[in-house]
Design a protein around this ligand. Structure first.
Ligand code: DC
Length: 230
């Protein structure tokens, strides 16, 4: 059967990575979480104090050639984990500290050019599910299947809040809601490749949809597209 490229874009905390992982597993495709790449660059910037109290985004741009990102498979967990300059940073990139800064870092054109080029190389010639904000519009505008995920801000903040509490972070619901809304605003209004639905994307609003129902729908959709491309 013909292997296709599946682009999953959408707002923060809409469960893009959950559905993308399920889909990649069911189809035996590669999964790439592009948000993890923007988060890893942000972690590098935080460690170097390029973002935080005083931003020095020019210094971050200067340092870009020194930032090496890699997805390394973790066979035990059955997932790939993000490595920044040889170090596993999978946990650190998911903290609120990184979430607070990442949208700003993702507005930097040089950062986007570097990461988009890496993403395009990763998918060449293989079955691929990639999630992010600009996959169907910029990274793979010719993807055979494009999905755009959305849900109410409250539904998304509630999910994210639970996730952070489960990981032991001390945060308030209000802070998480504010972060989700702020990131959506920055992501949708930035100049370079803003978050927007590709004209040919299928919209999934999962505010009131369970994980199983969502998976079944998206999976059926993917099988339909794969068959029509074979
Ligand atoms: O998917 P996520 O929430 O982990 O992504 C973190 C941030 O990275 C998000 O606020 C916007 C940015 N991002 C982006 O600009 N383009 C992508 N393809 C993926 C993420």
């Amino acid at each position: 059967m013909q292997k296709i490229t599946i682009a999953i874009d959408g707002y923060s905390s809409t469960g893009k990575s959950t559905i993308a992982k399920q889909l990649a597993k069911a189809l035996n495709y590669i999964y790439v979480d592009t948000g993890a790449m923007y988060r890893a660059v942000t972690l590098y910037a935080l460690r170097k104090n390029f973002v935080g109290k005083d931003d020095d985004l020019d210094a971050l741009v200067q340092d870009l050639p020194m930032i090496h990102l890699e997805f390394v498979p973790n066979k035990e967990l059955g997932i790939s984990e993000m490595y920044l300059n040889g170090q596993n940073v999978e946990k650190e990139i998911r903290t609120m500290d990184v979430s607070r800064q990442v949208s700003k870092v993702a507005t930097i054109p040089e950062v986007r050019y570097k990461l988009v080029e890496m993403q395009q190389q990763m998918g060449k010639g293989q079955g691929l599910v990639m999630d992010g904000r600009d996959i169907g519009t910029v990274v793979f505008p010719n993807a055979e299947l494009k999905i755009f995920m959305t849900a109410s801000a409250n539904a998304r903040a509630t999910r994210r809040y639970k996730e952070l509490l489960d990981r032991g972070e001390i945060v308030s619901y209000e802070e998480v809601l504010e972060n989700v809304q702020k990131r959506d605003f920055i992501d949708s209004t930035r100049e370079v490749s803003p978050l927007k639905k590709a004209a040919d994307a299928i919209v999934f609003d999962n505010s009131h949809m369970g994980l199983e129902e969502q998976f079944e729908r998206v999976y059926d959709c993917a099988l339909g597209v794969i068959k029509s491309n074979s």
